[in-house]
Design a protein around this ligand. Structure first.
Ligand SMILES: [Zn+2]
Length: 312
């Protein structure tokens, strides 16, 4: 255990863009890459369904209101405006894309979509925390969420479960309002692995989660939010929904608590999936304030699976 912790620290010190922070949702290479890394999608087609590009395109002709509640808005970059209605819808889509800071994905045009948000009309939000558990932050976060009667989803890293079994156990015993999701074992980018490598990461994390919890894992967040058809198809065979996000707090970039809170207050809307990491004191503090402010506006905080179930 002692050796493991030392290795992690060395890795963080070397790999983090600013030094000292794990390169969370973005690889250590701080220089912008010309090729977008993320696929951005709104709600998946009804029934989790695969809709070809042509069918999704027809959704964009619906009103802005219905678009927010229906499936399959393509990345704004690919939307061509032809009518006033379409323009209105497109503008909304572009705003959503900009605010979520997701890049328009290229390449995958058919098949089930990862879920970045899931509007329900019920003012529900999903707080999600990646890369944990963490011995210093996760137990405090569990207590805070319990105290505020808020649910959340934790996308656990296999290595972190091994490193902090006590914190992992505490999280697993926290109850039904705390969903455990798969985030791989070693935080490798799945799209850079072959099928065997992807399965090793996914199975390894699932096995570790099973070792601490009797609940079956139903959701996965690929490291860096990076996926392709191979990743997606393997997830499908394992019964895992790919969950991305539409509000990125960038908490790993040494953001202050105020910055994290303000990002969420500005960008969150019904059905938003909010990305944070249970590794930082700032994220812990921000969570309390976010729940207080948005809770005061009538929002409720649910797990990702609860969010999806509420919108069906
Ligand atoms: Zn991560």
């Amino acid at each position: 255990m002692r050796h493991y912790k030392i290795l992690i620290c060395l890795f963080c010190a070397v790999a983090a863009p600013g030094g000292g922070l794990w390169p969370q949702q973005y690889p250590a290479a701080a220089t912008p890459t010309p090729k977008p890394r993320f696929q951005w999608f709104r709600r998946a087609p009804a029934g989790g369904g695969a809709k070809p590009a042509a069918a999704r395109s027809s959704n964009e002709n619906q009103s802005a209101k219905s678009t927010s509640a229906v499936a399959g808005v393509r990345p704004a970059k690919t939307v061509a405006s032809k009518s006033a209605t379409q323009n209105k819808t497109t503008a909304k889509s572009q705003t959503a894309v900009k605010s979520s800071r997701m890049k328009a994905g290229a390449g995958v045009t058919t098949g089930p979509r990862p879920i970045s948000n899931w509007p329900t009309g019920k003012k529900l939000l999903a707080l999600t925390y990646d890369d944990g558990p963490n011995s210093a932050i996760t137990p405090k976060l569990v207590r805070l969420l319990r105290q505020k009667n808020a649910h959340a989803t934790f996308f656990l890293l296999g290595e972190s479960i091994r490193a902090y079994p006590s914190a992992a156990g505490e999280l697993a015993r926290a109850g039904s309002g705390f969903e455990l999701g798969n985030h791989g074992v070693t935080h490798k980018q799945f799209t850079k692995l072959g099928e065997d490598g992807i399965r090793r990461e996914m199975d390894g994390c699932n096995d570790l989660i099973t070792s601490i919890s009797s609940e079956r894992t139903r959701v996965i967040r690929p490291p860096y939010g990076s996926w392709n058809t191979r990743v997606r198809d393997i997830c499908e065979t394992m019964g895992l929904k790919i969950i991305l996000w539409d509000v990125d707090t960038n908490d790993w970039r040494r953001r202050t608590t105020d910055q994290i809170v303000n990002t969420v207050l500005k960008e969150a809307r019904d059905g938003s999936i909010i990305l944070m990491h249970d590794r930082f004191q700032t994220s812990l503090e921000a969570t309390g304030r976010i729940i207080d402010v948005l809770g005061g506006q009538g929002y409720r905080f649910v797990t990702v699976s609860e969010l999806i179930a509420a919108g069906n």
